[in-house]
Design a protein around this ligand. Sequence first.
Ligand code: ADP
Ligand code: MG
Length: 333
Amino acid sequence: PDVVNRMAAGEVLARPCNAIKELIENSLDAGATEIMVNVQNAGLKLLQVTDNGKGIEREDFDLVCERFATSKLHKFEDLMHMKTYGFRGEALASLSHVAKVNIVSKRAEDKCAYQGNFLDGKLIAPTKPSAGKTGTCITATDLFYNLPTRRNKMATHGEETKAIHDILVRFAIHRPDVSFALRQNQSSDFRTKGDGSFRDVVCNLLGRDLADTVVPLSLESTRLKFKFTGNISKPIASATAKLAQNRKSSRSFFSVFINGRSVRCDILKQPIDDVLQNRSLFCQFCSLHLEIDETRIDVNVHPTKSSVIFLEKEDIIDEIRNYFENFVSEIFG
Ligand code: ADP
Ligand code: MG
């Protein structure tokens, strides 16, 4: 059975950056305003997320790493809405099946922090009092120690290190009100202030030239029950963009969040791309957030929750395309 759990966990957390995404989402769910991520060897040796969120109760330590142990479903109605977040209570359990997990956590009302060590879904010794500030620090060491093939495949760290950087940048840009810090191999990659300034974050992470051309967009559909907001840089001629990319002088940034979750969503990208391509334009920066009634989407397609199915896909695409068409004409001529 542990082999089965391990294989399943290896599916959910295929890469270190998947684990980091899950841990960051947990921190945000816990109301954190400061999130620090610390990794060594692309997360294989060490992967640690520290937050100042509401913390975990000592009594809950026994359960947090059990499958389907979630504090986020309270009543039957919640089950009806759980689609938004995909499956529930799998992230920490999965992590504990493919790594050695340590959790230190303190709630504001507790006198001290508590810590526990987890393996294969279980707390392996009683929790102990520990030093620690209010919030939670989750550390996973030796990721994929029991999946040697996976571990060896990740032997070249370069790509994963970049993927970790990218996911942190996405969250930092999506949530300028939260301070994000990333350390890789004991040196600081970046830190954002968390003072709410979107422009500062973009400036800091992607450069002033780009930040200066960024404008907000916003569309609300009462009929389809969604709110679509985002920021986009002034489009440039595709030919110019190609040249720049060939010279590697510019990187493009495209990010989509749906109901607060970072997702890969070509469905939202498509109408934007259509409009731009028709005008031979290209956008270097595009950050989108779709907030949509939870009963109208299903993110339960893949365990990593990176793809989404929409109930009214065509209608949503049409509305966004029309809006964006007008937006580009009005704002950028
Ligand atoms: P889910 O997020 O779907 O509930 P997880 O496996 O990601 O499942 O987390 C299990 C539970 O552990 C959460 O429901 C929450 O109660 C608790 N938890 C995890 N991370 C944190 C955190 N950073 N701060 C507070 N509670 C946390
Ligand atoms: Mg979670």
